[in-house]
Design a protein around this ligand. Structure first.
Ligand SMILES: NC(=O)c1ccc[n+]([C@@H]2O[C@H](COP(=O)([O-])OP(=O)(O)OC[C@H]3O[C@@H](n4cnc5c(N)ncnc54)[C@H](OP(=O)(O)O)[C@@H]3O)[C@@H](O)[C@H]2O)c1
Length: 287
């Protein structure tokens, strides 16, 4: 190793550690008090946990998903936990008119919007790509196009409040993962759209932050059921994951990597040793 690298690598490590931990210290739950927040896909999983964290912090929470009975229970719990207000709107994100409607309702009911957390994900299969193009199209509508539609409708309100957009993505949206081809495609699309939009916001002095969340394996029912017996890595807890997402949005971070060791660190290999990274990803699967 050259002399320059011997100095630069530890220095870079220190800068990264300082940046990571100083951002952690700055977060205060009061930052969310009274904020008007939409959380999509909040009937279960990570979205449900985000709704509970936001409720404890005293936010106005508007949640959405398809299953009304589950949404009702989440809203009741949010009220018990201290939400400034808690409401739900049920419907499917296959329908762009519904995506648009949710945001407009937030405007009417809450008088504006401070944070849009885009988290919902349509059902897909966990296995080799099966050639079903129609499924890829449908998943793109749910996992990608509805995110675009909601963002577009929410932008005037978010510009006014100098608000935040939080986009929940995955390691499968940064590097090719086997058994999730349609899902990965939708998550890569999110990175392209929102990273480009962030650039334009900077150029146009639009004070709306965009946080892209790169998650590893999390212990939600769906993920654990899909990956049972195949993925060798242990899942991380969904409540902690949800808190990290809310924190990253409040701090207006560019990207969140959760958990850091299983997402950010492997991704450092992507540009210098892509085949090695692909091998490491495959080695976490038991076939
Ligand atoms: N869990 C993981 O290991 C993991 C890893 C990386 C990234 N992520 C990302 O984290 C986010 C949350 O994942 P999760 O594991 O919490 O998912 P989950 O438990 O399966 O929950 C998905 C949510 O989306 C809603 N939903 C599904 N289809 C919908 C549709 N057509 N229209 C509207 N809502 C719909 C579901 O509610 P209804 O069924 O009631 O509609 C549910 O509330 C996703 O973006 C996922 O890609 C998760």
């Amino acid at each position: 190793m050259g002399r320059w690298q011997k100095i630069a690598i530890p220095f870079l490590g220190l800068v990264l550690a300082f940046w990571f931990y100083s951002a952690r210290e700055n977060f205060k739950p009061e930052m969310l008090k009274g904020k008007r927040v939409i959380v999509t896909g909040a009937s279960t999983g990570i979205g449900e946990q985000m709704a509970y964290h936001l409720a404890r912090m005293g936010a106005h929470v508007l949640i959405t998903a398809r299953t009304e009975a589950k949404l009702q229970k989440v809203v009741e719990r949010c009220r018990e936990l201290g939400a400034a207000s808690a409401r739900y709107i049920s419907g499917t994100m296959e329908d762009m008119a519904f995506a648009d409607h949710v945001v407009k309702e937030a405007g009417t009911l809450l008088g504006g919007l401070d944070m849009l957390i885009l988290n919902h994900v349509g059902a897909s299969y966990f296995g080799y790509y099966n050639g079903d193009v129609e499924h890829v199209r449908k998943l793109l509508e749910i996992n990608f196009l509805s995110y675009v539609a909601m963002t577009t409708t929410a932008l005037p309100m978010l510009k006014e409040s100098k608000g935040s957009i939080v986009v929940v993505s995955s390691m499968a949206g940064k590097v090719g993962f086997p058994f999730t081809v349609p899902y990965s495609a939708t998550k890569f699309a999110l990175d392209g759209f929102f990273s480009s939009l962030r650039q334009e916001f900077t150029m146009q002095n639009v004070n709306v932050s965009i946080t892209l969340c790169i998650l590893g394996f999390i212990d939600t029912e769906r993920a654990v059921r899909d990956a049972a017996g195949v993925l060798l890595s242990p899942p991380a807890p969904r409540a902690e994951c949800a808190l990290e997402i809310v924190r990253a949005g409040a701090l207006r971070l560019r990207e969140l990597y959760y958990r850091y060791g299983s997402t950010r660190l492997p991704l450092l290999l992507r540009d210098c040793a892509a085949d090695l990274l692909d091998y490491l990803v495959r080695s976490r699967y038991r076939l």
